[in-house]
Design a protein around this ligand. Structure first.
Ligand code: DQA
Length: 148
């Protein structure tokens, strides 16, 4: 069974308390529940991890890169400057889908730069929690297709 890492960066543990107009009203646990249901439908395994600390995200990627087939990543604000996170993703050689609840391209200028986009297979942004479930569906399909 294919396994995927669902990785969340800084401040995403506070979903439910952050601005609901931007990030939606679900908590991270509720978002993860939605992802679990989709994973079940797809018959894939998902491993959830969140940290506010860049190095811990790097540790998590290093610990899992030979155990998973891809990564769904919402790096939070690390999206915009997290170069050690970027290096860990490059080193993992895993397909990464960059995810955002909001659409950073339509927000503050500093959010318009992503250090992740150029090494990701693609980006899904602006669809709230559905950005994650859509990313998992696409990633699982691509990994399955490429393993044939
Ligand atoms: C975010 C967008 C980032 O700019 C922000 O720093 C976040 C969340 C999103 O999911 O919309 O923390 O990645």
């Amino acid at each position: 069974m294919a396994s995927f890492l669902i990785l969340n960066g800084p401040n995403l543990n506070m979903l439910g308390k952050r601005d609901a107009a931007i990030y939606g009203s679900k908590t991270l646990a509720e978002v993860n529940q939605e992802i679990s249901w989709v994973a079940n439908e797809l018959s894939v395994e998902v491993i959830f991890y969140q940290s506010n600390v860049e190095g811990e995200l790097v540790n998590c990627i290093q610990e899992h890169w030979d155990k998973v087939q891809g990564i769904v990543l919402n790096a939070g604000a690390l999206t915009h400057y997290g170069l050690s996170l970027k290096d860990a993703l490059i080193d993992s050689r895993l397909p990464v889908v960059e995810v955002h609840l909001s659409n950073p391209g339509s927000r503050d200028r500093w959010r318009r730069t992503s250090v992740i986009t150029d090494i990701a297979r693609g980006q899904i942004a602006g669809f709230g929690w559905r950005s994650y479930t859509s990313a998992l569906k696409v990633l699982a399909e691509i990994v399955e297709e490429e393993s044939r």
